[in-house]
Design a protein around this ligand. Structure first.
Ligand code: UGA
Length: 715
């Protein structure tokens, strides 16, 4: 009982002080402090603002500076036996629990001084054989990124011998540990099972993040321990950052994203006149479809435009007119607008670096860098990013239905893309949160305090500008975040964008189906699928649906007129298998303009659902159609079409222009029903059975030109 009470006394009454070294307030340091605060750990930070003299530890040995800083700091505790000092690095460390947990584990380890352990004997591997043997699951070698002990002992250890700032701290402690006399003197033990300290280098396959209700913790599956101090030592910083997204309850399965709620801002109480100044820098470095819509979405951001400076770099001649037209409309709305046109011959990296400079010169608070591939569908995107308040933050955007996004979940050893275990869940938003990631591109917001360090960020060795930017940030110890807490928008796929065509976007039905639909499908297309909706029926079994947009009609007519090879309207038609057309029209077939594949897909995706709605019980997927053609009726050419049946199960007939405005006369007459549809509507289709019942004729066009698009479906 006495022992038990004494044990309790030790845990309750011993005081724990965390001591760390940090010469700069890096993002990693802030993450460390945040975790200390969360678990109410008392921390003493040493060296802040000083010049780091411990060398570049990424490149090799170093870190002696840490010991020299500790010598001064720990002097005040040199005779304290009641105080437990824990030293840890700070840039790549987080805590997952508080002092009670640490002290009880420390007590169980049963030594006065405990050092972290790892699987590599570094920096002098020849010393390996001098280490005491351990079991298979344990780590045998000392790591200096974390240790703890009675203050008096720790002080004696750090002051035991002089060390140069650039000499290696790990070697210093290793030599002490391997000296049996010293090891015994200070009662030093290694935390070989990662009871308290988990070094991740060489151990990533042995750990996992686990969740318990709204709490997260790290679990070592080999030693079955739940370590409290997690250290991304050596070359595993990116994977450490990924794990740290979850640790400290940052994200859990039941609690969601707790870290998203930290350090946020609100713009709702800010007066419009006080809104922070933003520079939006737009980059067009490829031929990209749907750039007009891209600009439209930039323009519609819910943010006072007089607080926005716009910077546009367009390298592509193809987009020049489109950009100029946007500038003409939008110029006066913004505080300023700077356009770098294709003829200025500015390369991508330079223009991106200039945007940084320009933002600084304009005293902006934020730089939103956005490529014309990134559509901000959410008009609140910019506000939400500002409110989330991180130094570099991207809204998660991806190609719809694909796993191609604007971030990487992990990075390979040679600096290229690697897929993290959580990447797919983040991209499809089954896991929503705020994630530190090693690479961002296409759209991100940068806080102005970083800009002075990013003036040449887009040039880094031989890397492409996007890779250079992320590498620059990683090298500077900055954390890049991506958020998928909300839907922000999507990415355009420009891989196969063939700009040799007029209205090239018309061909984008496969690569950019969402944007294609937005531009070309009638805004009321889906109305008929509502529960109580009834399709319009102007004649018996002739149904009327809105199908394509005004823009589709205009571009489609233009494409065909531009192609210009209208048929002669004779019965002999070399385009057909049999070479003969019974009821010829003056027309162009879709395969002539290279639109057959696209049209068949359109039939399947948009026409089949309509057909199923009105001709219930008939099903043939995908629909077949060899006759897909645009017809032109003109008084002095072919003005009408004599009564006939179509060789189809059903036919669609899309009106591409407007009666009265574009032509007079026209319309369809269903003879058996004595029913005419004269007031055909632009962008609407008529759907009717082809053979037997719907004997019909095309009525005379008396003035102007009438265009319709016909498909004989399932002939
Ligand atoms: C850590 C250990 O510190 C090394 O002793 C050990 O050899 C190494 O892991 C390893 O296991 O390979 P590492 O994680 O690579 O080193 O280095 P950093 O985290 O970049 O630097 C160590 C600590 O020094 C930082 O966390 C920070 O606390 C401090 N530091 C470093 C500064 O205060 N300022 C600096 O400019 C750099």
């Amino acid at each position: 009982i006495l022992c038990a009470l004494l044990d309790l006394y030790m845990v309750v009454c011993q005081e724990l002080l965390i001591v760390t070294i940090a010469t700069k307030e890096t993002d990693g340091f802030r993450r460390f402090i945040k975790s200390c605060n969360k678990y109410k750990l008392k921390v003493s930070v040493v060296g802040m603002g000083m010049k780091w003299e411990g060398g570049d530890m990424d490149m090799g040995v170093g870190g002696g500076h840490k010991i020299n800083l500790l010598k001064d700091e720990l002097k005040q505790y040199s005779d304290r036996k009641d105080l437990i000092i824990m030293f840890t690095d700070s840039y790549d460390v987080v805590f997952t629990n508080g002092s009670e947990d640490i002290l009880s584990k420390y007590k169980k380890l049963g030594s006065r001084v405990v050092f972290a352990a790892e699987g590599f004997c570094w920096p002098d591997h020849t010393l390996a054989k001098q280490y005491p043997a351990v079991s298979g699951v344990e780590k045998r070698f000392l790591n200096s990124g974390g240790f703890m002990g009675v203050a008096k002992d720790v002080y004696e250890i750090v002051t035991f011998k002089p060390i140069g700032n650039k000499e290696d701290d790990q070697l210093y402690y290793t030599k002490i540990f391997l000296n049996k006399e010293l090891r015994t003197r200070w009662d030093i033990k290694l935390d070989t099972k990662s009871t308290i300290f988990q070094n991740l280098n060489g151990a990533l396959g042995e750990i996992m993040v686990k969740f318990k209700g709204p709490h997260s913790f790290l679990y070592n599956v080999k030693t079955r321990q739940t370590p409290t101090v997690v250290h991304g030592n050596g070359p595993v910083k990116e994977e450490f950052s990924r794990l740290a997204n979850y640790l400290g309850d940052g994200w859990t399965k039941t609690g969601g994203c707790l870290s998203c709620k930290d350090d946020v801002l609100s713009l709702s109480s800010v007066k419009i006149s006080d809104y922070p100044k933003v520079m939006i820098a737009v980059f067009i470095h490829h031929n990209i479809p749907f750039v007009r819509e891209f600009f439209d979405k930039v323009y519609k951001q819910d943010y006072p435009s007089k607080h926005i400076d716009l910077y546009i770099h367009n390298k592509m001649e193809y987009h020049h007119e489109e950009v100029k037209s946007f500038i003409k409309d939008a110029e006066n709305s913004y505080n300023s607008l700077h356009y770098i046109a294709p003829e200025n011959n500015v390369d991508e990296a330079t223009s991106r670096n200039w945007a940084v400079e320009s933002c600084i010169q304009k005293s902006c608070r934020y730089l939103l860098s956005i490529d014309a591939t990134a559509h901000l569908d959410n008009p609140k995107a910019l506000r939400l990013l500002i409110e989330q308040n991180r130094s570099v933050l991207a809204p998660m955007v991806a190609r719809p239905g694909k796993f191609w996004s604007n971030f990487w979940g992990a990075i390979s050893n040679d600096g290229y893309y690697a897929r993290s275990e959580d990447y797919l869940d983040i991209v499809d938003s089954t896991r929503r949160g705020l994630w530190v990631v090693p690479y961002l591109s296409e759209v991100y917001l940068i806080h102005h305090h970083l800009l002075p360090d990013l003036k040449t960020a887009y040039i880094n060795g031989k890397l492409d500008p996007d890779m250079a930017f992320s590498k620059t940030l990683r090298d500077q110890g900055r954390l890049m975040y991506v958020t998928n807490m909300k839907y922000f928008g999507h990415l355009i796929n420009y891989d196969n964008f063939d700009t040799s065509k007029k209205y090239s976007e018309l061909w984008q039905i496969f690569d950019n189906p969402v944007d294609w639909e937005d531009r070309y499908i009638h805004e009321n297309y889906t109305d008929v699928f509502q529960d109580d909706a009834v399709a319009e029926q102007p004649c018996p079994d002739v149904f009327w649906f809105p199908i394509v947009s005004e823009e589709f009609c205009k571009e489609f007519i233009d494409v065909n007129e531009n192609y210009g090879k209208w048929s002669s309207g004779q019965n002999d038609d070399p385009r057909l298998n049999g070479g003969y057309e019974n009821v010829p029209t003056i027309d162009i077939h879709m395969n002539q303009i290279g639109y057959e594949k696209e049209w068949l897909h359109f039939l399947h995706k948009y026409i089949t659902p309509l057909q199923k709605k009105v001709f219930e019980g008939y099903q043939n997927e995908p629909p077949q159609a060899v006759m897909n053609f645009i017809v032109r009726y003109k008084p002095d050419e072919q003005p009408l079409l004599r009564p006939h049946h179509d060789s189809s199960t059903f036919t669609i007939n899309i009106a591409l222009n407007t009666r009265e405005a574009d032509y007079e006369g026209g319309g369809v007459h269903f003879i058996r029903y004595k029913c005419k549809v004269l007031d055909t509507k632009k962008g609407w289709l008529l759907m009717h059975p082809g053979r037997l019942t719907h004997f019909h004729e095309g009525l005379r066009t008396t003035k102007g030109t009438r265009y319709i698009m016909i498909s004989f479906i399932d002939p």
